[in-house]
Write a protein that binds this ligand. Structure first.
Ligand SMILES: Cc1ncc(COP(=O)(O)O)c(C=O)c1O
Length: 360
């Protein structure tokens, strides 16, 4: 059998990880503040890092920032304190599978709103708001996981207005925002409507996912509630990891690394898009301009079950589309994460994908 090509996990390239620099940063933190980072501390996270995040990512003060063990664990805590069984939550359709799982686990009703190439369909969003009275809208507005779509500024403004009128909270999950390979940034939801937005991000895609450092920026009362819940769950997050991240942010290393990541990943996105252009002219895909993913919709009439079964037999690992849809109905969707593959592997992978599709 040919070598397996993995299009199933959205992970950074191994070559983008820097153990030596992380080791130097850890040594510096232990020397400067070792007694604090080795002790229990504030469940909101390491104070210097909370300040760095507030300054860099738009919190008014560090009181609006909680840093935890990756952003997903904070989402889990937030879901526990903010939601009750039976509440309605809106997500994009498709959406990030693990977030859908977190919402399912707290017993809320999750409703998907169809995506267009510039964000959710506004008419469907408005209908859904009227129909189910949601408490929350969870969105990945920048280089969306799993489609690669970026929500336009115009749509963000309209969605924020509707959310405010309906008394809803928006969770803006933006771990890919800094990884833009072309074009201009759109305004964040938080800059448009700070009163009703919780912004969530992490260094998983900028430094390392294994270091487990992510954060939310939100109004202070919500931060305090999440902090109380977190304290009863894990007492204190990993302060040594947070000290390392704080050091890497403060010294400017993260900004330099973002530039390196853009240089590494841009040719990989270009290879994905040009291979799709060459081999999938009958299909529909997203012209992503950053992040980790390109979403592909196979042509109408494709037998999805057969396609995925055949891909597995032919050494192409793909994520099942089922997890991305709160109410999966056989959608012909394929997520293509590109950062961990070299351009030639991407070309070979898309070509294998095309020949499987032609034969099902
Ligand atoms: C949209 C989105 N949110 C959250 C996460 C998880 O991030 P973290 O590693 O900070 O928990 C991911 C990881 O793939 C993601 O794509």
């Amino acid at each position: 059998m040919e070598e397996v090509i993995s299009f199933n996990r959205g992970v950074p390239a191994t070559s983008s990880l820097h153990p030596d620099e992380v080791s130097d940063a850890a040594a510096a933190v232990l020397e400067e503040d070792g007694k604090n980072v080795l002790q229990y501390g504030d469940s909101r996270g390491y104070p210097p890092l909370r300040q760095e995040v507030a300054d860099k990512y738009g919190g008014d003060s560090r009181a609006e920032v909680l840093v935890g063990n990756g952003s997903l664990q904070i989402l889990d805590s937030l879901a526990h304190v903010y939601l009750s069984p039976g509440d309605a939550v809106l997500v994009e359709k498709p959406s990030y599978d693990r977030s859908i799982k977190i919402f399912d686990r707290v017993g809320v009703n999750v409703f998907g709103v169809e995506m267009e190439k510039d964000g959710v369909n506004l008419g469907k969003f408005a209908d859904m708001v009227d129909r189910v009275d949601p408490k929350l809208f969870y969105t990945v507005p920048d280089f969306h996981n799993p489609t690669g779509i970026t929500t336009s500024g115009k749509k963000r403004k309209r969605v924020a207005e509707m959310a405010r009128d309906a008394g809803m909270t928006i969770i803006e999950d933006s771990p890919y925002r800094r990884l833009r390979y072309s074009g201009e940034d759109e305004p964040t939801y938080r800059s448009i409507a700070p009163d009703c937005v919780v912004q969530m991000s992490s260094v998983s895609k900028l430094i390392s996912p294994g270091i487990r450092v992510g954060w939310i920026i939100a109004r202070e009362e919500l931060i305090d509630e999440v902090a109380r819940f977190s304290e009863d769950t894990y007492i204190t997050p990993s302060l040594l990891s947070q000290g390392v991240v704080s050091h890497l942010m403060r010294t400017g290393w993260v900004e330099e690394n973002v530039k390196r990541l853009v240089d590494l990943y841009k040719p990989r996105l270009d290879a994905t898009l040009s291979s799709l252009g060459e081999l999938f002219s009958q299909a529909d895909w997203v012209e992503a301009r950053g992040g980790f993913f390109v979403g592909l919709w196979l042509p109408e009439g494709t037998d999805v079950e057969k396609f995925y079964g055949q891909a597995k037999n032919e050494g192409l690992t793909l994520s099942s589309p089922k997890g991305f849809y709160p109410d999966y109905d056989g959608e012909r969707f394929v997520r293509l994460p590109f950062p961990a593959l070299k351009p030639e592997e991407i070309e070979a992978g898309v070509s294998r994908l095309a020949s499987i599709w032609e034969n099902v």
